[in-house]
Design a protein around this ligand. Structure first.
Ligand code: ZN
Ligand code: MN
Ligand code: MN
Length: 292
């Protein structure tokens, strides 16, 4: 365990995407154990469309563990399942995606959480980008109408295949079309934006890219960050996470982010590939945050 206990460094909410093996209530414990004061989790089996509802006891245990271990509600960023594609050109898959995401929103709400993070979608060559962005926004509007409170957090992508979200403009265009803007947000994935061509690997690049993010989307919509280095180069349009400092990005943006108050108070989540190294990665990030 890190020597800085969870909940003790509230300015920067740092954690990882932890396991829920054995039940959703284990996620806060798994996060605490690695020295995190933030975490991400899947709300159901991420490779299936649907899953059993939570036993009420598990919901109570989740809330109890979250509380007793000192996690803020804002520090938890659930991640949606992998099958969800809100702009699927296949009508059956589009409907399943809609219902699966709706179920995840309801699960987040049941657990007392504020966010659900997901990838905008892939048009599979059947729609233009503009058409797909409009379809996504329309379905988000309907999801917001049919559910309560939870903020739908769109993640930037590497732009692999026909995935949208590889330009900040894509997220901005969806937000523009969402009626209730209090229920939409964004999550920046450092590996994804770098692979999409945003060069955050140098100090100059870091400030330019986040200035551009402010102008195009706005930090007021930022609800989370996924902290990953990239196994593939700038603009490669591939989604391959590397441990911090061991990919093409390097430590520069992570060092800068931990003293940049635009990133204070929002969950900063490691999705790096070697979970046994998370305690060290979290410790390193905390050290960066104490440097100023
Ligand atoms: Zn993601
Ligand atoms: Mn991510
Ligand atoms: Mn990824």
């Amino acid at each position: 365990m890190s020597d800085i206990p969870a909940g003790k460094s509230p300015n920067y909410l740092i954690g990882a995407h932890v396991s829920t093996a054995g039940g959703v209530d284990n996620a806060p414990k798994n996060a605490y154990r690695i020295g995190a004061n933030a975490f991400a989790l899947f709300l159901k089996n991420q490779r299936r469309w649907f899953d059993k509802p939570y036993p009420p006891k598990k919901v109570e245990a989740f809330k109890r563990n979250l509380n007793s271990l000192g996690f803020l509600i804002d520090s938890v960023l659930p991640h949606g399942g992998y099958l969800i594609n809100l702009c699927s050109p296949d009508p059956q898959k589009a409907e399943k995606s809609y219902l699966a995401l709706k179920d995840e929103i309801e699960r987040a709400h049941l657990l007392g959480l504020k966010y659900i993070n997901f990838h905008p979608g892939a048009h599979l060559g059947k729609y233009t980008e503009r058409e797909a962005l409009e379809i996504i926004a329309e379905r988000i509007n309907r999801l917001i109408e049919e559910t309560e409170q939870v903020v739908l957090v769109l993640e930037t992508t590497a732009g692999q295949g026909s995935n949208l979200g590889y330009r900040f403009e894509h997220l901005a265009q969806i937000i523009e079309l969402v009626e209730d803007k209090s229920r939409v947000g964004v999550c920046i994935d450092t590996c994804h934006i770098f692979a999409a061509g945003y060069d955050i690997s140098t100090e100059k690049g870091y400030f330019q890219v986040f200035q551009e993010f402010e102008e195009v989307v706005g930090f007021k919509y930022l609800k989370g960050v996924h902290l990953n280095d990239s196994k593939t180069p700038l603009g490669s349009r591939k989604d391959r996470h590397a441990p911090l400092g061991e990919g093409y990005i390097g430590l520069t943006p992570f060092r800068l982010m931990m003293v940049d108050n635009r990133f204070e108070g929002i969950p900063l989540i490691l999705e790096t590939p070697e979970p046994h190294r998370w305690p060290q990665e979290i410790k390193l990030l905390r050290e960066f945050s104490l440097l100023r």
